[in-house]
Design a protein around this ligand. Structure first.
Ligand code: PPS
Length: 352
């Protein structure tokens, strides 16, 4: 039966007790399980109910740029490029200030574990502005996103159906898509790394959950298809991680055109250089090492900016895993019809 939560107009649905039990066993930080949210039945942690209505009613400004995509599709990379392009190529600030402080993460409150400490830079500024409110209940990430100075570069992994229906009429949106095989491998590593998740299994177990649509924020295809349904909207720019990896200057030029930032070719090259994989991996402002408490990271796991490879999933899956993945993805592709036929000719043709 659906559950409306506390004054939340977005419907949430409980998972079957057997599934809930399985998730609690496999994820060290899901002791309260997960809930399915909205028509797309996206899986989130139950405390998301505190914030879902606020996401759906978030007031975007005309000069906002929203960077969205399924987790691990290249959103951080895109944020860094867009932030520099819209902030007068202020590389000094970009190098010295963590990206999370420069570019708000809309639904960070839902993602950070309910029992883990909130980032102090967010709590401190929240309490200055809202001394009588509870940071957890109001949402420190949300408050930060609301009060952040323009132009805001807002990151979200929420699908369109959980955002305001008028978002594309309010501001510019960039959606980054990536091959599901690489997303799955990257997400597996990240779900082991983030303490708010603490996945305890191996890649094969993770793939099994992925194929059963039991990974947090999944299903991948629903998320992607919601965005694809809007890809011709003039305020939506569609980027592929694979294209960015292959020819970053060309993709940056598409961004430049979309954002009307009017950079010279020399300036474009500076942004490409600044946001290269090696530089973002090495720099504390983008590799998360400056914010150890958010998300709290499990020592010994792969780094946040990890490998940056395209097509590497084929090297990580055994033949059995690959067959299972392709079968599942193939079925979804067939069921989803023309949308994914188009997508598959772009970058996903390896699934065919
Ligand atoms: S997150 O955590 O959901 O916000 O992840 P997201 O930023 O969307 O995606 C993370 C993957 O992007 C890779 N990455 C990059 N690749 C190329 N160039 C640059 N500059 C770059 N920055 C981040 C990151 O390493 C993750 O992919 P994997 O495959 O795990 O390396």
């Amino acid at each position: 039966m659906a559950d409306k939560g506390d004054s939340c107009p977005v419907m949430t649905f409980p998972l079957a007790p057997k599934i809930q039990h399985e998730l609690k066993m496999k994820f060290g930080s899901f002791d309260k399980g997960l809930v399915a949210v909205g028509q797309g039945r996206y899986l989130l942690q139950p405390h998301c109910r505190l914030y879902l209505d606020k996401y759906a009613q978030f007031r975007f400004r005309p000069d906002d740029v929203v960077v969205m995509g399924f987790p691990r599709s290249g959103t951080t990379w895109t944020q860094e490029m867009v932030w520099c392009m819209t902030h007068d190529l202020d590389f000094t600030t970009a190098i010295n200030t963590p990206l999370r402080e420069r570019s708000p993460f809309l639904e960070g409150d839902s993602f950070s574990g309910p029992d883990l400490p909130l980032p102090s830079f967010l709590v401190d500024s929240f309490l200055k502005q809202h001394p009588d409110e509870d940071p957890r209940t109001t949402g420190v990430y949300l408050a930060r996103a609301e009060s952040h100075p323009s132009p805001r570069i807002i990151k979200t992994h929420l699908p369109f159906s959980l955002l305001p229906p008028s978002i594309l009429e309010s501001c510019k949106v960039i959606n980054v898509a990536r091959h599901p095989g690489d997303v799955c491998v990257s997400y597996y590593h990240y779900q082991r790394l983030a303490k708010s998740v603490s996945f305890k299994g191996d890649l094969e177990e993770f793939l099994d959950l992925w194929c059963r649509d039991l990974v947090m924020r999944g299903p991948y295809w629903s998320h992607l298809s919601e965005a694809w349904a809007k890809h011709t909207h003039p305020n939506l720019l569609w980027l592929y991680y694979e294209d960015m990896n292959k020819d970053p200057l060309r993709e940056l030029q598409r961004l430049d055109h979309f954002l009307a930032t009017d950079l010279t070719e020399d300036e474009q090259l500076q942004v490409v250089q600044h946001s290269s994989f090696a530089n973002m991996k090495a720099r504390p402002a983008t590799n998360y090492s400056l914010i150890p408490e958010s998300p709290a990271l499990v020592p010994g796991e792969a780094e946040f900016v990890r490998k940056g490879a395209t097509g590497d999933w084929v090297n990580r899956f055994t033949p059995q895993m690959k067959a299972k993945f392709q079968l599942m993805m193939g079925v979804v592709l067939e069921l989803s019809g023309a949308i994914f036929n188009l997508l598959s000719t772009q970058v996903f043709n390896v699934l065919r």
